[in-house]
Design a protein around this ligand. Structure first.
Ligand code: FMN
Length: 133
């Protein structure tokens, strides 16, 4: 089973990565054939959804796909064909960091316009560290 591990923190090896690693070890202990692919969203350069509606235009070139071409276009396809998604995010001003919010806006737009028969992804979990003790 392919698990995508999405690290929404700009710091690759800090708190968010630590809780994602713990979750990954938990999954590994339960799922013998689990494979993991890490994605550090700050490694990529992209924008959020630009509301072009290309993915919604029936009969258009990009119907059911993101019309915006950038460094995460392929990743959106890959994740939608994974078995599960683990999302880790720090809290930045009571919200998601901007880079993760942009990723999420295109990912949600992408899967909401897909033919669900071609969507493999069925499970996701989100985790977040907080500075509040
Ligand atoms: C710009 C910024 C804003 C933050 N805002 C919040 C916040 O609103 N609430 C909170 O609990 N922690 C906040 N934090 C703390 C981070 O969420 C916390 O340190 C987290 O563990 C950072 O994750 P990382 O170690 O993976 O980078 C903020 C940190 C930064 C850098």
């Amino acid at each position: 089973m392919m698990f995508y591990v999405l690290n929404g923190s700009p710091r690759k090896n800090h708190n968010t990565a630590k809780i994602l690693n713990s979750a990954m070890e938990g999954v590994r202990s339960l799922v013998s054939d689990a494979e993991f692919r890490w994605i550090h969203v700050y490694d990529y350069s992209y924008s959020g959804c630009v509301s072009c509606y290309g993915c919604k235009r029936i009969g258009g070139t990009y119907y059911g796909r993101c019309a915006k071409r950038d460094s995460i276009t392929g990743l959106l396809e890959d994740i939608s064909q994974g078995d599960a998604l683990l999302i880790g995010s720090p809290v930045f001003f009571h919200d998601l960091p901007g880079q993760l919010r942009n990723f999420w806006s295109v990912f949600c737009t992408r899967i909401s316009s897909m033919d669900k028969r071609t969507l493999r992804l069925r499970r996701s979990a989100s985790l977040s560290p907080s500075s509040i003790r």
